[in-house]
Design a protein around this ligand. Structure first.
Ligand code: AMP
Length: 187
């Protein structure tokens, strides 16, 4: 089913991690976003899973927006050949702009930065600040401990059970995009 073109925000590692499945998952996400006519919005890095996903989207002929703060341009090797490359002042501006320019959020494996980004959009959702679909691609079970931690927060009374409904976990990119298209088409 071809739906309207959407902008899909990706949070993922600036490293590739220890399992080659993570990079494979990132390439699959990039190529699927492009093949299905959507725009990838991400942190504009050329390294790690970020670079893998962006290159795959470009190779598949897709449109890619990258947003990077000035001070990370060198550290994360800013990917300046994107069709939409935006340099901002701060990390907060980056996260906000990536979010504002997107219709949905997808998270792949990543480190502390990825966790920060994912948890922040979930807390924004909890506060009623948006209703965008937020999808976790649990490549090779990488995010199992996070899912356990979220359930732990709920069972210990630090979050409502509904918090868990704000995050849809799937196994791969195709399922992630299917979910996003379905949710957005129903609105
Ligand atoms: P990581 O998952 O740690 O590799 O980081 C992934 C992305 O998140 C990179 O683009 C980082 O620049 C970004 N990032 C790292 N630390 C933070 C942070 N404290 N707040 C927001 N973003 C971050």
């Amino acid at each position: 089913m071809q739906t309207s073109a959407r902008s899909i925000c990706l949070f993922c590692g600036s490293r590739t991690g220890s399992n080659p499945a993570y990079a494979e998952g990132a390439r699959e996400l990039g190529s699927q976003v492009a093949a299905r006519g959507h725009r990838l919005v991400y942190g504009a890095g050329d390294r790690g899973l970020m670079g893998e996903a962006a290159r795959a989207a470009q190779t598949a002929g897709g449109a890619v927006t990258g947003v990077i703060p000035k001070h990370l341009v060198d550290m994360e090797v800013g990917k300046k050949d994107l069709d939409d490359y935006v340099v901002v002042e701060t990390m907060h501006e980056r996260k906000m702009l990536m979010f504002q320019r997107s219709d949905a959020v997808v998270t792949l494996p990543g480190g502390p930065g990825t966790l920060d980004e994912l948890i922040e959009v979930l807390t924004w959702r909890q506060l009623g600040l948006h209703s965008r679909p937020v999808v976790l691609i649990n490549v090779a079970g990488y995010w199992d401990p996070l899912l356990t931690l979220l359930d732990h927060s709920i069972s210990h009374g630090f979050a409502d059970a509904s918090f868990r409904d704000y995050l849809t976990d799937v196994a791969d990119a195709v399922s992630a995009i299917d979910h996003i298209e379905e949710v957005l088409a129903a609105r």
